[in-house]
Write a protein of this length. Structure first.
Length: 196
């Protein structure tokens, strides 16, 4: 009453004790079907082994697309869906899949403030307008935030800071690096995120 795959597994596990022909006869499957299934299983095992080797040699970075390219170099045509299934069954998760940047929802200040700069980013006097924004970069296995202060007079970076939190402390550290008196800055222009 067992299915074909179960019968093949029984024969394979006991082939060192009993004759394959006799077991095929008892389990009522043809020897040709048994050998075909065994060859298919062996080729699947070889494919799994290759995918694991490629994944491990990429320092756990490669996903289905790059593994497919590497397999093609070795002469194997395998779909990304099949590679993905094998990776999932063997818990091979790419570092890039695990590490995804999640945008923080900022509760910005909704009070009306006039836009004093009005897109006039050129020909500004020295320290008349300083602009700033935050961005993020990947450092090893985590995200780091960078705050930069730029003087529109000559596009010079006059202050900067980096850290693993997107908060007001990051902005304060950038201002602490500015040479000169901060009172000389006429206008400070940002996207009004809550860290500013």
């Amino acid at each position: 009453s067992a299915d074909f795959g179960t019968k093949v597994n029984v024969i394979r596990k006991n082939s060192h004790k009993y004759s394959v022909s006799a077991m095929c006869k008892v389990l009522q499957i043809s020897r040709s079907n048994y050998y075909y299934k065994s060859r298919k299983k062996n080729s699947e095992d070889a494919l799994i082994s290759m995918i694991k080797d490629i994944f491990n040699s990429s320092w756990n970075n490669y996903g289905t697309r790059k593994i497919k390219v590497e397999l093609q170099k070795k002469g194997y045509r395998v779909s990304r869906r099949k590679i993905g299934r094998i990776m999932q069954q063997n818990t091979l998760v790419s570092s890039y899949t695990k590490l995804k940047f999640k945008l923080h929802v900022d509760k910005f200040n909704e009070s009306k403030i006039d836009n004093l700069v009005k897109w006039e980013f050129r020909n500004q006097p020295y320290r008349n307008v300083v602009v700033s924004d935050l961005t993020y970069v990947r450092v090893r296995d985590r995200w780091e935030y960078i705050c930069i202060l730029v003087d529109l007079f000559n596009r010079e970076i006059i202050g900067y800071s980096a850290g693993n939190h997107k908060d007001a402390a990051l902005v304060r550290k950038a201002f602490a690096k500015v040479n000169g008196n901060l009172r000389n800055i006429e206008i400070f222009h940002t996207d009004r995120g809550n860290e500013f």
